[in-house]
Each structure stands twice: as C-alpha cells, then as structure tokens.
Design a protein around this ligand. Structure first.
Ligand code: RS7
Length: 626
C-alpha cells in the first residue's frame, strides 16, 4: 500500500535541517517500515512543503501516530528543525493530520499523535516524547531564584524580530509630550488610576480607614460647598489607593546613597464630570505628627512631592505585582504546567499553547538582565533584587482567583459604576469574548461534568498550577481540581485573559507613561517629608532619581517598547493545532467578535480627548511575549 506524506517546515529563521529525517507510520493493524524522507540540501528548507510516498506491505488501518526519526547525515553538523505538521493520505484517500509546531533538536525520535483533540481518558496513553518527562519546574520561581539556566529551546525563532505593521488609527493619544505637559495636574494623576498602566489598584472606599484620618475640614475645599465627605462616601464616589504592601520592603543604596520606600495612602474623589482627583495623601501607614496628611491646598511643590511619592509607590506595585508577577511569572507557571501535563493532542494544549508562546523566553531574558544580580533592579530601582523578592512574595500571598477574574475583580473592588473607566469597559468585553470562545471549545470536547472530572491530565495540570504556582494556598481561592464544565471554562478564560489582555493592559503604556521620569520614578533619594514646610523645585529634584538611574530605566523601557516584534495579536492562530471543523468555526467567530470590539473602541475613542488603546484588540498580543 502507498501512503502519501506531506511535511511542512516552519517559515521562521533557520527552521530547515540538514539532518536525515525518516518516518514510521503506526496504524491499528501495524507499522510501516522506517523510511527516509528528505533529499538532503533540497528538502526541509525554511518554509517548504515536501511530498513523499511511503510504502508498506500491509494495510495499516487507521493511522494513530507517526514517528519522526532525526539522525545524522554525512559530515553535516546537527541542525534543529522546526516542523509545522505532517499530513498522511491513505491509499483509500483518508486524511490524517499530525500538528507539531515545535523544534526537533538533537538526534532523536519524536512521536506525534493524530490531531483530532483527545482528552485524558480517551485515546492511547501519550507517546513518550510528549508530556511530563521533558520539562521540570525551576526551583522556587517565586523567589526569582530560577536562573537563566532554565532555558527554552527555540531561541533562534525568538530572536528573529520581524517588524509588525500594526499602527492603530491616530487618536489624540497619550504620548511622552502629553505626560510631560500634564504630569503635575491632579486630574491626570487621578486619570492614571483608571486608564494608566496600572488600572487595577483603586478600590471604592465607603469608610475612612482608621489609620488615614482624613476629615471633612481637610477635603471641604476640594469637594465644594454642596456636598460633604460623608455624603460622597455614601454615594460611592470616594476611592482609596492603599500601598500597605510596601511596608517593610527593604531598600538598597544607589550611587552610594540609601534609597527610600514608604507605604502610602491616597484618597480620591470622582466628580460628577467624571474627573477623578486626589483629595489627600499620607506617606505612611501610621498617622500622626510625623506623618501629616498632604492636601491639594498645600504649597505647590510639597503637594507635587507627595503625589510623586505616590507615583513611586505605583512604580513598585505596578512593575512587581501587576506586571512581573501577574503578567510574566503566572504566564510561565501556565506554560510549564501545560508542557508537563498536557500532551500535544489534548484540546487544552491546542487551545492554550498559542497563548503561552515565548513566555518562558522573555522571562529568561528578564532573569538575565532585569532581576539578576547587578541587573536593572539592583542598579536603578529602590527595592533592588532583595526587596523585589520580598515584594513578590507578598504579592503572591495576596493574589486571589477573584483578582485574576476581571468580572469578579470589578465587583470586589467596588468599581462597577466608576465613570470613564475604559480599562474596565474594554476588559469586560474581552473577558466575555474569550469566555464565549472557550465555552465553545470546551463544549465541543467535553460533553459532561464527569468528562471534566475524569480527565486526569487536565486535573494534574490544574493541581500543578495550584501547588507550584500558588504554593497550595487555599485562601487564594485558586481551584486545585475542576468539577464542572463551568469551572473549566472560567479557569481557562482566566489563563488566556491573563496572558493576553491583562499583560497588554499593564505593559503597553509603559514607555509613554514612564519615559518622563517624574511621572514614574523608580527610586527616591530622600526620606518622605515629615512636615508640610514648603519645598523648592531643587529639593524636589534632589528626591527623584539621578540621571544615570533614569537613563538605565529609560533604556529598558526603550528596548522593550513593543513596536518591532514578530507579534501575534489576540485571536490569531496561524499554527493549525486543531484539525476538526468546529474549532475552526469557533476561532472565526472569536475573531469576528474581536473585530466588533475593535470597532466599538475606535468609535468610543473618537469621542474622547484621550483615547484608551491598551486593550485595543489589534494591539494585544496573544501571549506574554515581551
Ligand atoms: C518592560 O517590560 O517593558 C519594562 C520593564 C521595566 C523597565 C524599567 C524598569 C523596570 C522594569 C520592570 C519590570 C518588571 C517586569 C519585567 C518583565 C520584563 C520582560
């Protein structure tokens, strides 16, 4: 019997191979003899689709899997091969597709199972080349101890920077110049809590905290004569940004001088016009004579200094808890758990792998340059690497399933009726779109709750995320098992949303909002003021970072601007992991919904003085890849 075999090689750089590749077809009735495929030097080159005939004396029945044998050829040195997929056509014309989309490295045999999604419990046990043997957890990922030695393989492809053509429509957008002009304004300070790089921190305040004794007298000037603090608290228009998490975070020396970190509190008010303005700031968690409450009516530079201390707190919580922990570290947890537990033919592998692309790679780079000993954190950020580890640990202890699921988070923070909160509006639409896509995929492969409960691969995956990622902390609310279809859909939605939309929301604006340093200082050189005595511009400048600190942060922000990168926007799936029709239709429906959201955002932004673009779908990456 003659089988037609087509082999597709990746389009990226150095994806072709000079090694000899042979194939064995394994069917229900038997195996074909191992047969050499490539004519070395012509076949299996970058982007090629090669065709062969494979002979077998016997009929093989239904083809279940194939083996690809990668062996030395003549004097050529070993070369890695990026295989997209193999397609086999039987003598009767039946088509079998074997998605791969992986680098095959070294001399080894790789087994690929036929591509129709199979859950744990169905199908034969996964062939040895896939699954848990190949990837191990780095030691203590949460302590940033994992070094660059935990290193993924496809770095050539990662290093290849293809310029993207994405240029959104031109609205009046935030820009470096805009920030430089408006950074001192109270309204812009407040605006950033809703639509800046860290739009996840403020909470509704219904009662003035005991350790932040703001009084009616203090805020009367800001609120005006027609209302009172009490009335606004009851109306739900008072908000709190509390940086208690920064208490007792150790600070380092920079340029030979000690740096300072404090645990600020900031109270805000949303006016009927929608403007969110700061009412009062306290630069510690302990009120008293030594820690006055700063007000907009204080003298110009002392109020600016107090706000700048809050912007510094925002720098720390944004970069460490929202960006590094929730964006990057979690993506790595999901990636490692997926590679350990879900074989390539598992529907959740197929669904998730595009959302985990390059996440380990970018984290290896971060561990090499940013959070390494003597790296950017040690040189330019008050926490240094030591304080970073403490802050990350606290951040992880505070992280909950509620925080990670946007609709629940909005409820929990009490910000459902805040005006002009475009992060929330766009984010909820995206959550819904992802949820509906995931429901479709899950519903196609899992018909009952029992099917979810019995999928041992899925259960091992979620349990690993719970125990390794969240250190088995019950109070996180992260599930350790999934019992129902709805549980599964919500969990997978959270994973995809975190790696795409959440990361985009906290990543995309970093350059424009952070490059004008006083808006986002990484380190403070003087202790926080203990009195309201007026300060001069000189004293202000002596507190914010020095030139070399600033330029180091700027250089990183510049390099990591997400402009020239081989980016895959949310909902694009150029690698065809799914071979059935239904998932393909679901992908199309997801893309159509994202296109509608795109239109809605474009229309909305036209009506705004400042467009909100960080959750504009064409600009959101599928994965935490930068
Ligand atoms: C960026 O990822 O775009 C920039 C990050 C950055 C720039 C300057 C100082 C500190 C940071 C940071 C951070 C924590 C997140 C690291 C993830 C980087 C790939």
């Amino acid at each position: 019997a003659t089988y037609k075999v087509q082999v597709s090689t990746g389009k990226g750089l150095l994806t072709g191979t000079f090694d000899s590749i042979s194939i064995t077809l394994v069917g229900t009735y038997g195996e074909s003899p191992k047969q050499l495929l490539n004519r070395i030097g012509t076949d299996f080159s970058q982007g090629s689709l090669d065709e062969y005939e494979v002979e077998s004396d016997q009929e093989l029945g239904e083809i279940l899997l194939i083996r690809l044998h990668k062996e030395p050829y003549s004097f050529f040195p070993e070369s890695s091969w990026f295989c997209n997929y193999v397609q086999v056509t039987s003598p009767q014309g039946d088509l079998y597709r074997f998605p791969c989309y992986l680098w095959l490295e070294g001399y080894a045999t790789t087994s690929l199972r036929e591509g129709r999604g199979k859950r744990g419990q169905e199908g034969p046990p996964p062939p040895a080349a896939e699954g848990s043997q190949s990837v191990s957890w780095p030691v203590a990922w949460d302590s940033v101890a994992a070094g660059p030695e935990f290193s993924p393989s496809n770095e050539e492809e990662f290093a290849e920077h293809n310029r993207t053509d994405f240029k959104g429509p031109v609205w009046v957008c935030l820009s470096l110049e805009y920030v430089a002009q408006h950074w001192k304004e109270d309204a812009f300070f407040g605006y950033q809590y809703l639509n800046g790089v860290n739009p996840v921190w403020i909470r509704k305040c219904t009662k003035i905290p005991f350790n932040f004794p703001v009084t009616q007298d203090m805020v009367a000037g800001s609120l005006g004569e027609f209302t009172s603090l009490q009335e606004e608290l009851m109306k739900g228009t008072i908000f709190l940004a509390d940086y208690k998490i920064l208490e007792d975070i150790p600070a380092i020396e920079i340029n030979g001088y000690p740096q300072y970190i404090t645990a600020q509190l900031c109270l805000l008010h949303q006016k009927p016009s929608g403007e969110l303005i700061p009412l009062a700031i306290q630069l510690s968690q302990t009120p008293g004579y030594e820690s006055p409450i700063f007000l907009p009516s204080d003298s110009e530079w002392i109020w600016t200094l107090a706000k700048t201390w809050v912007r510094n707190a925002e720098f720390h919580v944004h970069e460490v808890t929202s960006h590094l922990l929730r964006g990057h570290q979690l993506a790595e947890v999901f990636a490692v758990a997926t590679l350990r537990h879900l074989p390539m033919c598992h529907p959740l592998y197929k669904l998730l792998i595009p959302h985990l692309r390059y996440s380990v790679h970018i984290n290896v780079l971060a561990r090499t340059f940013l959070v390494s000993q003597g790296g950017v954190f040690d040189k330019a950020i008050a926490t240094g690497r030591g304080g970073l580890a403490v802050l990350l640990k606290k951040g992880l202890e505070n992280l909950t399933y509620t925080t990670l699921c946007l609709p629940d988070d909005i409820q929990a923070r009490g910000v459902d009726s805040v005006l002009n909160y475009y992060y929330r509006d766009d984010g909820l639409k995206l959550w819904e779109a992802v949820h509906s896509f995931v429901s479709g995929i899950v519903g196609f492969y899992y018909k009952t709750n029992l099917a979810v409960q019995r999928d041992y691969e899925l259960q091992a995956w979620v349990c690993d995320i719970y125990t390794k990622g969240f250190l088995g902390r019950r109070s996180s609310g992260i599930p350790s098992t999934l019992r129902t279809l709805e549980d599964l859909i919500k969990f997978v939605t959270m994973v995809i949303f975190t790696c795409s939309a959440h990361h985009a929301a906290v990543n995309s604006g970093q350059f424009e909002l952070g490059a004008f340093m006083p808006n986002s200082p990484s380190s403070m050189r003087k202790p926080p003021p203990h009195t309201k005595a007026p300060v001069t511009l000189e004293e202000f400048l002596d507190t914010i970072p020095e030139m070399n600190t600033t330029s180091l942060v700027l250089s990183i922000l510049w390099v990591l601007r997400n402009e020239d990168f081989d980016m895959r926007p949310l909902g694009s799936y150029p690698d065809e992991h799914f071979v059935e029709d239904e998932p393909k239709w679901l992908i199309t429906a997801f893309q159509e919904r994202l296109a509608e959201i795109t239109k809605e955002i474009e229309e909305r932004n036209k009506t705004l003085t400042l467009g909100y673009t960080y959750l504009y779908p064409p600009g959101i990456e599928n994965s935490t890849a930068i």
